[in-house]
Design a protein around this ligand. Sequence first.
Ligand SMILES: Cc1cc2nc3c(=O)[nH]c(=O)nc-3n(C[C@H](O)[C@H](O)[C@H](O)COP(=O)(O)O)c2cc1C
Length: 223
Amino acid sequence: MQILNEENILKVLNFRHACKAFDPNKKISDEDFGTIMQGARLSASSFGFEPWNFVVLNNKNIKEKMLDLTWGGQDALKNASHFVLILAKTQENLLPNSSFIKHMMNDVQKLPANIQEKKIEFYTVFQQEHFKLLENKRATFDWACKQCYIALANMMFVAALRGIDSLPIEGFHQDNVNILLEKEGVLNTKESKVCVMLALGYRLNPPKHAKSRQNLEDIVKYV
Ligand SMILES: Cc1cc2nc3c(=O)[nH]c(=O)nc-3n(C[C@H](O)[C@H](O)[C@H](O)COP(=O)(O)O)c2cc1C
């Protein structure tokens, strides 16, 4: 199945840029935003465990409190049509015997008991030995974050396919944002914490700079 030709794929990839100034008067339609969120939902994840949650931040009061903590997304907090917090699950939620992993295998993946048993065996060895994810809580959280970035990329790509601009945001004080959001009742840091943010909307101006990238031959090696 070929949906887009090469020229159009490159057009979409080049259309996407880090949008530094959003038009405060342009809003993404519910339909388009729903499609972008399907990009998140249908993303790949390790073992299919979807170690993420998404918070669409509409609350102006919380957004204002986030401004000082989010140096990399101040325009976006004020002017973007939609502002999404991408939360990654903590270690507690990702241990083989956690209720979240059980829920994923029972209710989402609907696996029979004998398959669940095998999967958990693999998952345990993978976590403990192959990827050493249990060395500390941070290792497991960062593993969840890596997968959240797949969802992030898909959301940006789907947005670009619909002519919608985006800004991924890591420019924030992670601990302080989590403390604020916990205080505001947005999240429970025992279960999940913010790993990255994504603003979506429409550009106010064309991008200031042309894309700068290394050449393919400098980053790809064929062996
Ligand atoms: C994970 C991630 C976090 C980023 N955080 C910020 C940010 O906080 N503020 C910002 O203005 N740009 C941020 N950027 C945008 C990058 O600076 C930008 O993607 C890069 O310079 C390449 O430019 P382009 O996206 O326009 O092609 C981030 C990008 C990524 C992928």
